[in-house]
Design a protein around this ligand. Structure first.
Ligand SMILES: NC(=O)c1ccc[n+]([C@@H]2O[C@H](COP(=O)([O-])OP(=O)(O)OC[C@H]3O[C@@H](n4cnc5c(N)ncnc54)[C@H](OP(=O)(O)O)[C@@H]3O)[C@@H](O)[C@H]2O)c1
Length: 272
């Protein structure tokens, strides 16, 4: 019986593999993990002794039908070149490299391919992983990938053409939101006797409460509940309504330009 292989144990690999094992989504006895610096796997092996660890991606590929690539985008081709000779039509490659198209992967491997854009929010079992599959991936294999990521948050299956825009909303968003709230807190402590820590603590708790409320009501309802006509909040909302739309348009413009640039470079690399 073939196992499930994970290649790459960095920031994302660490979070995802630990999340899958901790949630019971995968049986440690069926897991093989490989990474470049194998010493990084010592704590994982200690926590889950039945997992198999190796530094040889090729050995992993021989033993596994489903192979997750959690290496940096620039390393995916090296890994595929390394394992290619041990892959056949029964293998399913699942990768998370932003900017790398399924067409790029299909130029190296003709079988089942799924692309997942995870979010750091999975570390707390929240947020959304974006998923798309190629034509070869049937319902059962698609279901396996989706149910795995469902254990560490939510899953949204999406068309690859929308992946870049939507990943701004889910995968880049934790960083964007963190900066927005850091600046919001800064304005608070710049204009008061609060320390930075006190202001950030207040904002984070308010953010959590606001998130919960937004599951209960629409943004419009929430704003109208807080902002009384002619009151203080209304003045603040006017500033934000004036400045935010152009700011976020610019944000999408530059991130999408960067996506295009990375895609061009990767298309070149994968066509040579
Ligand atoms: N960060 C995010 O929020 C996020 C969100 C969505 C998608 N992604 C995607 O996730 C991917 C990984 O990002 P990351 O932040 O986890 O990167 P990372 O921290 O640099 O981790 C990459 C891991 O892969 C290992 N590795 C590199 N080359 C290898 C090889 N040939 N064989 C085996 N292992 C190898 C590295 O080993 P060493 O330990 O020796 O360096 C490292 O452990 C990227 O493609 C990124 O686009 C990230």
């Amino acid at each position: 019986m073939k196992k499930i292989g994970f290649i790459g144990y960095g920031s994302m690999g660490n979070m995802l593999i630990q999340g899958f094992l901790f949630s019971g989504a995968v049986n440690p006895e069926k897991v093989v993990v490989s990474t470049r610096t194998i010493s990084k796997l010592t704590p994982l092996k200690k926590s889950y002794p039945p997992i198999e660890i190796t530094q040889k991606n090729k050995d992993l590929a021989l033993k596994c039908s489903k192979i997750f690539l959690f290496v940096n985008t620039g390393e995916v081709k090296t890994v595929l070149d390394d394992i290619k000779s041990n892959l056949d039509e029964n293998n399913h490659i699942i990768y998370i490299a932003a900017g790398l198209s399924m067409k790029n992967i299909e130029s190296q491997f003709k079988g089942k391919v799924s692309k997942v854009i995870p979010s750091l929010t999975s570390e707390v079992k929240e947020g959304v992983s974006l998923v798309c599959h190629n034509q070869q991936v049937g319902q059962k294999d698609a279901g396996f990938v989706e149910s795995l990521f469902n254990k560490i948050g939510n899953v949204k299956v999406i068309n690859e053409k929308d992946l870049e825009v939507v990943s701004d909303l889910t995968s880049c968003a934790p960083a964007f939101i963190a900066l927005i709230f850091q600046e919001f807190a800064r304005a608070g402590y710049d204009n008061s006797d609060l320390t930075r820590k006190e202001a950030e603590d207040l904002v984070v708790k308010t953010l959590l409460g606001t998130s919960k409320l937004l599951f209960e009501m629409s943004p419009e309802d929430l704003m109208s509940r807080v902002a009384t006509r002619g009151g203080i909040t209304e003045e603040g909302l006017k500033v934000l309504r004036n400045k935010l739309p152009s700011l976020f348009q610019e944000l999408f413009q530059v991130t999408l330009q960067k996506h295009d640039h990375i895609k061009e470079l990767l298309d070149e690399e994968y066509s040579s």
